[in-house]
Design a protein around this ligand. Structure first.
Ligand code: AMO
Length: 422
């Protein structure tokens, strides 16, 4: 086996560049098909799948009882074979078994595996190995990375704010509390206070990280822990400026993902959204009227607004601005021309809210009597510019992009009212 380590390690999808060469591949036995004198192994590595053929008797003996999912490394010669998926295969010359798989509760290498959502989530360690499922999370990883690229180009500095805190951030009752050496701590509902404090330091910041919501309701669009992609900008003066940034962000995320995924060796189809150059914008009052909602937008009205935007503007996205101030958290700025109306907005994507953003109060006077930590107030005591920002829920975006009926399909290891594992 020593010779293996002198051979170039390739990913299985790169076979076409190494015809008649000796290569080393590593991965998992996705499946194995055995005939008397030849075994065909479908090898799955981190990127793709491809075929290994076993002809040598010594190796046939070794692969005879090799269960699928075993982790192996294989050494052999790449040959063309029009019968093999992708047109190439590796003729096996040596094999090292890293670990042999045990009997598993789900046979995941079948062409189709349909299981109940709870079964899927219970066995995520297995199910996520399936190409169509890992694809979802590779797309999620791409979106995180593109968000970071976009924010860096906007001159934002990345921060990681604490997730353990003494205060409730967004108000409301959906806060998890826990014992912190004898006193009570909470898990942050968002990086809101910290991103505002850091505007006073860097002017522009962003964060990608987990946030926690003790939502009681078991819905198809709420998780108790999700990944929030946040940004906050100092010295900006209007929700128009913010919505312009969010428009460019969404366009960049969708366009660049489309281009990059097209190059991936392992991909599945996505119904790509239509995002026009100018994303339609409507006021909260118009949104109530168009959706026929009474006095509050709910998931059904958001769905109607999504359909309306698609019909009227060929857009999968629509902004709604001017929410009633009383429906927004304490830090939200008021429209000085319209009492009771906030300078905030939501972005609906395919009929579901994926972004909330807005301008913030920025004078110390407005915060000094609020029940917020002194460390937060101090930022305002020290002088804060007019500022605003937004939060984008990663799983919501991925859910809507893939058209999943349930957000759990877009979360790696979802946390909900009944689930704390795996
Ligand atoms: P908000 O509370 O609206 O705003 O959250 C922002 C975005 O986060 C996502 N989201 C969720 N995703 C999954 N499960 C949940 N329980 C959940 N709750 C929210 C949505 C939502 O649009 N600090 C403000 C943002 C800001 O103004 O900067 C905030 O957290 O996609």
């Amino acid at each position: 086996m020593n010779s293996i380590h002198r051979v170039k390690r390739i990913s299985i999808h790169q076979m076409k560049y190494y015809i008649n060469e000796q290569v080393l591949v590593r991965g998992w036995v996705h499946s194995i098909r055995q005939q008397k004198t030849v075994h065909f192994i479908t090898l799955r590595d981190g990127y793709a799948m491809g075929q290994l053929v076993v002809i040598k008797p010594r190796l046939l003996a070794k692969t005879l009882d090799l269960p699928s999912q075993s982790a192996i490394e294989a050494y052999g010669i790449v040959v063309e074979n029009s019968q093999a998926a992708g047109g190439y295969e590796i003729q096996l010359e040596a094999l090292k078994i890293h670990s042999q798989a045990q009997e598993l509760p789900i046979e995941i290498s079948k062409k189709e595996v349909q299981v109940h959502q709870d079964t899927f989530l219970d066995h995520a360690a297995l199910m996520l190995r399936r190409p169509e499922h890992r694809f979802v999370h590779r797309v999620a990883a791409l979106i995180r990375s593109l968000f970071r690229q976009f924010m860096e180009a906007e001159g934002c500095v990345e921060i990681n704010s604490p997730k353990l805190s003494s205060a409730s951030v967004e108000g409301g009752a959906d806060v998890f509390t826990l014992d912190y050496f004898g006193s009570q701590a909470s898990l942050v509902q968002s990086p809101q206070l910290y991103k505002q404090i850091m505007v006073g330091v860097f002017e522009r910041v962003y964060e990608i990280g987990p946030v926690f919501r003790a939502e009681q309701h078991n819905t198809s669009r709420h998780l108790n822990e999700y990944i929030s992609m946040d940004a906050e900008f100092g010295f900006i003066e209007s929700t128009d400026e913010l919505m312009e940034i969010v428009s460019r962000l969404l366009q960049f995320l969708i366009k660049r993902s489309y281009e990059l995924i097209d190059e991936w060796p392992e991909k599945f189809s996505i119904e790509w959204p239509q995002i026009p150059q100018k994303i339609p914008v409507m006021s909260y009052d118009e949104a109530l009227r168009v959706s026929g909602a009474e006095d509050e937008l709910n998931p059904q009205s958001e769905k109607k607004l999504g359909e309306w935007a698609l019909g009227e503007f060929h857009s999968d996205a629509v902004f709604i601005y001017g929410y009633p101030l009383k429906k927004r958290p304490f830090y939200t700025a008021e429209n000085s021309d319209k009492e009771g109306v906030s300078l905030s907005f939501d972005l609906l994507f395919r009929g579901q809210e994926i972004v909330t953003g807005g301008m913030r109060k920025h004078s110390y006077e407005e915060y000094k009597d609020q029940p917020v930590p002194q460390g937060y107030k101090e930022a305002f005591q020290a002088g804060m510019p007019s500022h605003g920002g937004f939060g984008l829920g990663l799983e919501r975006l991925v859910q809507s992009l893939f058209g999943f009926s349930n957000i759990r399909q877009a979360a790696l290891f979802p946390r909900d009212g009944r689930r704390l594992s795996p």
